[in-house]
Design a binder for this molecule. Structure first.
Ligand code: 13P
Length: 257
């Protein structure tokens, strides 16, 4: 079964809500019905811009999805400064990034916390984008597959077969994020295939074939077509290049490059 490619722009801590509206308006100006048909296109702005973009998507009936960069795993409670899954679901958020390497490394999220978030997102009818990826030192030490395999299995603990096809995995080698260094298409595809193998062990081959595995790390218009030409790469989680409408639109239209 063919997997619909998923292009998601993770804006990280960029764009206030007015800049966010402008960026989405510029982005859709470059896209047409054929693009939406071929590719699922998602923007993942900071929390403060979710409501304004949701209103824009609704009002103009835009064919793009909304994502959030993080959430807490509890539905409500005394967690000052946190945002819950039901709050996001109420804003028609479709995807929530769980365990981005910046959350793991800068904010100390471990596999168990990431797993709680994955389960909470699924429990509230949204789809987690579970991020996995090794650091430079781990790769140099020959540990990349072990690290990625552990993050994958721990992140999916308690997820059942019926929920599994809602999950997206993003393979983002830490050394390729924001550095301009991209994994070679072959290395990226090999690790995405390794991830799919892990999914097959966990959920069986049929389910694994339906789960989308993205690559992330310095994806840009100049390298996206080659990455997308590989067998196990089903989309991209894009940071820097998603902040410019021209570049992100070109990435979403990779089939024309
Ligand atoms: P860059 O595309 O800026 O390397 O960021 C990748 C990323 O972390 C997306 O989540």
């Amino acid at each position: 079964m063919a997997r619909t490619p998923l292009m998601a722009g993770n804006w990280k801590m960029h764009k206030d809500h007015l800049e966010a509206i402008q960026l989405v308006q510029q982005l859709v100006y470059h896209l047409d019905a054929d693009d939406y048909q071929r590719t699922e296109i998602v923007v993942i702005p900071p929390f403060t811009a979710l409501r304004s973009i949701q209103t824009l998507i609704d009002g103009d009936r835009l064919d793009i999805g909304l994502g959030a960069q993080n959430c807490h795993y509890e539905a409500a409670g005394a967690y000052t400064g946190e945002i819950s899954p039901p709050m996001l679901a109420k804003l028609a958020v479709r995807y929530v990034v769980c365990g981005h390497s910046e959350r793991r490394h800068v904010f100390g999220e471990d596999n168990e916390t990431v797993n709680r978030k994955v389960r909470a997102v699924l429990a509230h009818g949204m789809r987690p984008i579970l991020c996995v990826g090794e650091t430079d030192e781990q790769r140099e030490a020959g540990d990349a597959e072990r690290i990625v395999g552990d993050q994958l299995q721990a992140g999916l603990e308690g997820v059942d077969d019926a929920q599994a096809t809602e999950v997206v995995i993003a393979y983002e080698p830490v050394w390729a994020i924001g550095t301009g260094k991209t994994a070679t298409p072959t290395d990226a595809n090999d690790m995405c295939a390794f991830v799919r193998g892990g999914l097959a062990e966990r959920f069986g081959e049929d389910v694994a074939q339906q789960i989308r595995v993205q690559y992330g790390g310095s994806v840009k218009p100049g390298n996206v077509a080659e990455l997308m030409g590989r067998s196990d790469i089903d989309g991209a989680l894009v940071g820097g290049a998603s902040l410019t409408a021209d570049d992100f639109a070109a990435i979403c239209r990779y089939h024309r490059l």
